[in-house]
Design a protein around this ligand. Structure first.
Ligand code: ZN
Ligand code: ZN
Length: 345
């Protein structure tokens, strides 16, 4: 077989010898001009009907666009490709792509020029954000008359941190507006989904009862779909962990809470009481953990323990229970006085 170009007898590719082949075929096929639609605010790019990859540098967008437009000739096995942005002319990145490879022992080198045009646009998320779009409002409220500024700041930091995390998956997880009012603080948030996640996170961290309501704002004329805005109010509790409370005629000490419930220990029988956040408004704080007082065990019998009342110095008798069994004479014990009754805690 002979090369149809030069007539040399050699291994042939598409009827050509290696030397003639590399004269006729390139390693890369690259268009001279490509364009990419990008969002001027977040740098997301519009590909196949979708806005993707926000927050990438222009340089990176240009290189990725070039990469996507390159076609490699499969006859070349290991080409080394080097891309360079030579200069920006307006929104056009004048760039070069160099490729090198060895082909049947011969060094092949080529250089292409490509212009990448950045078509500036605004993605729907940024356009919503810029128009102060919001789907839901979180209302931070308290069972107390007002929320202390320190608490507001702590919650504000927590909200911002949580939204930063949620933003990675939900680009509408942003605050479009914040209103500090007498009763608390209102946060207007881009996405309902993230607002729900945020409100549970606030509840888990700070406690409180969440109530949700919605209002019809508009009806889409074409689809007939009703569009609602959602209000999620969180009423922060008036109590703290360690407080002594009254709940449904029981005297108890608050142990902890999570997103679902509050746990307390009944001081009269040492059993755990779980209180749902729904019923939390019935919790009455009687004393705080600062109100406890220490005293001394003055005597102990198989059936009872006697201590000195830290206020009146009267002797108070306690029948032995598993919880106080461990104390001996002269031991220090913690007490709390509630409704004229003394409890060892
Ligand atoms: Zn040839
Ligand atoms: Zn954008």
């Amino acid at each position: 077989m002979f090369c149809y170009q030069c007539g040399k007898s050699e291994v042939l590719i598409k009827g050509l010898c290696a030397e003639c082949y590399i004269k006729q075929y390139h390693i890369l096929t690259i268009p001279a001009d490509v364009s990419v639609r990008i969002c001027v605010h977040c740098n997301a790019k519009f590909i196949e009907g979708k806005w993707i990859d926000a927050n990438i540098s222009h340089e990176e967008i240009i290189y990725r666009t070039i990469e996507d437009s390159i076609e490699i000739n499969p006859s070349f096995e290991n080409p080394i490709i080097d891309m360079n942005i030579i200069q920006m002319r307006g929104t056009i990145a004048e760039s070069t792509v160099e490729a090198t490879d060895t082909f049947f022992g011969k060094e092949v080198q080529e250089k292409h020029e490509i212009n990448v045009r950045l078509n500036k646009d605004v993605c729907p998320i940024c356009s919503k954000r810029n128009s102060n779009y919001y789907e839901a409002v979180i209302q931070i409220r308290s069972q107390l008359k007002k929320i202390e500024n320190k608490k507001k700041e702590e919650i504000d930091k927590f909200i911002n941190k949580t939204l930063d995390k949620l933003y990675k998956k939900d680009k509408l997880a942003y605050i479009s507006q914040k209103n500090d009012i007498k009763e608390g603080v209102d946060y207007y948030i881009g996405s309902l989904k993230s607002t729900r996640k945020l409100s549970s996170a606030i509840q888990k961290r700070f406690g409180g009862l969440i109530t949700e309501s919605k209002r019809l704002v508009t009806k889409n004329k074409d689809t007939g779909k009703e569009i609602y805005r959602f209000w999620l109010a969180i009423r922060l509790p008036s109590f703290f962990i360690g407080d002594f409370i009254e709940f449904e005629d029981k005297i108890a000490k608050l142990l902890n809470f999570d997103g679902k419930k509050i746990s307390a220990i009944d001081l009269d029988n040492n059993t755990i009481i779980n209180i749902s956040w729904k019923k939390s408004e019935n919790i009455k704080t009687l004393k705080s953990s600062k109100d406890t007082e220490k005293t001394i065990v003055i005597s102990k019998s198989p059936t009872s323990l006697q201590i000195l009342d830290p206020k009146t110095y009267d002797v108070v008798d306690f029948p032995i229970t598993p919880d106080i069994e461990k104390y001996s004479i002269d031991d220090e014990v913690n007490t709390i006085a509630i409704n004229d009754k003394l409890y060892i805690i």
